[in-house]
Design a protein around this ligand. Structure first.
Ligand SMILES: NC(=O)c1ccc[n+]([C@@H]2O[C@H](COP(=O)([O-])OP(=O)(O)OC[C@H]3O[C@@H](n4cnc5c(N)ncnc54)[C@H](O)[C@@H]3O)[C@@H](O)[C@H]2O)c1
Ligand SMILES: [Zn+2]
Length: 353
């Protein structure tokens, strides 16, 4: 097991990479513990936490809303949760985002931790202290910044994850590789491939499984950015690479979050090239890496829908929006642009239907 600490202004988090869900009791230390999970994760891993009070929410992004939060508040009330309680979210990014938000707001803040059980949650959603829910069709517009006490990355849980969800997690890993550039980008370019069943694997030159290495590196890349700018007033915006239109693609094409991010990064690369920031050869390298995931990089969401959702983006300021451009792998930057410039690019690049 590898232990790594994420330090941010509001608190720090122990990230335990390779720890097992079965060892959860070591982190509870006698506290009144309440587990939050979804019905899918409960059916796979419920046996590891059946001794604790448990709140089971419905699975899926469509349940990342205030109704689920209210359901959780009612259960916390019934279970007598108080300031000495510990809340643990066990699941993917939907569970960790809702658990973080409910814990941060119930009684003005309870201690909480996560066991992240999808690749996407392990490399991204459970790290960094951003939490929240969707509202009125807009993603993550209600939330807080608070750090969990611990995050257990149980890589064993990935064995029950469908191929598509591994691809989704890969989207965020590749985002981190492009942000960091250098050796990690080159290693990803050399080692990502698909197996016979279409499942992504990352294999080193000696045939070794590099996924645990990429999980750990991904967490470190994100943690470094978060440490410098927890509340996203500057540098943290680069973590939104590919996300500006990914949110619309996610809804429009009903795709897992990280798969929409892969398409969104392709658009960010092409827009960066059109704006003269990203050299064509570097664009080709990024595109080649994205293609290795097997994701069709074509965007099939209606342009009208993309524009409509952009107008409600929480990163928008009046008619300006922050967009993350790429100069080359290892050099990405966020810049405020006029929304019309972005919608113009959708036209120019013939994005969407
Ligand atoms: N807070 C952040 O910084 C941040 C960053 C990235 C993404 N996110 C959010 O994360 C969410 C996506 O997370 P996700 O991709 O983990 O989706 P998810 O939580 O919906 O999980 C995907 C599916 O896998 C199931 N599942 C979870 N663990 C499993 C396991 N071990 N075996 C079998 N099935 C399992 C879930 O029940 C669900 O059906 C989005 O809402 C996104 O906005 C947040
Ligand atoms: Zn994301």
């Amino acid at each position: 097991m590898e232990k790594f600490t994420v330090t941010a202004a509001s608190g720090s988090t122990d990230v335990l990479i390779g720890e097992r869900t079965a060892n959860l009791k070591n982190y509870i230390r006698g506290r009144n513990t309440i587990i939050i999970t979804d019905n899918n994760v409960a059916s796979h891993y419920g046996k590891f936490f059946e001794q604790y009070k448990t709140i089971v929410i419905k699975t899926g992004e469509e349940n990342k809303n205030l109704q689920s939060v209210e359901f959780i508040y009612k259960k916390l009330f019934e279970y007598g949760a108080d300031r000495r309680s510990l809340i643990i979210g066990i699941g993917g990014g939907v569970v960790t985002d809702i658990t973080g938000f409910a814990s941060a707001t119930y009684m003005r803040g309870l201690s909480y931790g996560f066991v992240s059980t999808t690749l996407l949650a392990q490399v991204d959603a459970s790290i960094g202290g951003k939490n929240g829910v969707n509202f009125m069709g807009a993603k993550n517009i209600i939330g807080t910044f608070t750090q969990p006490e611990f995050v257990i990355i149980d890589t064993g849980t990935l064995n029950t994850i469908p191929a598509e969800e591994i691809t989704s997690g890969m989207g965020e890993i590749l985002k981190h590789c492009i942000i960091a550039g250098g050796k990690i980008f080159d290693t990803a370019s050399d080692s990502v491939s698909l197996d016979n069943s279409g499942r992504i694997k990352i294999t080193g030159s000696g045939g070794e499984d590099l996924l645990p290495f990429f999980i750990s590196e991904s967490i470190k890349i994100k943690a470094e950015v978060v440490a410098n700018d927890e509340r996203e007033s500057g540098q943290r915006r680069i973590l939104n690479l590919g996300h500006t239109i990914a949110h619309a693609i996610e809804i429009g094409e009903k795709l897992p979050h990280g798969i929409a991010v892969i398409k969104g990064i392709k658009f960010a690369s092409d827009f960066s090239t059109a704006q003269g920031f990203l050299d064509k050869n570097e664009n080709l390298k990024i595109t080649a890496l994205l293609k290795k995931t097997g994701v069709d990089l074509e965007i099939n969401t209606e342009r009208k829908q993309i524009i409509n959702l952009l107008q409600h983006d929480k990163k928008k300021e009046k008619s300006d929006i922050y967009f993350v451009f790429i100069r080359k792998p290892g050099d990405v930057f966020s810049m405020k642009i006029h929304l019309e410039k972005l919608t113009g690019a959708l036209d120019d690049l013939r994005i969407g239907r």
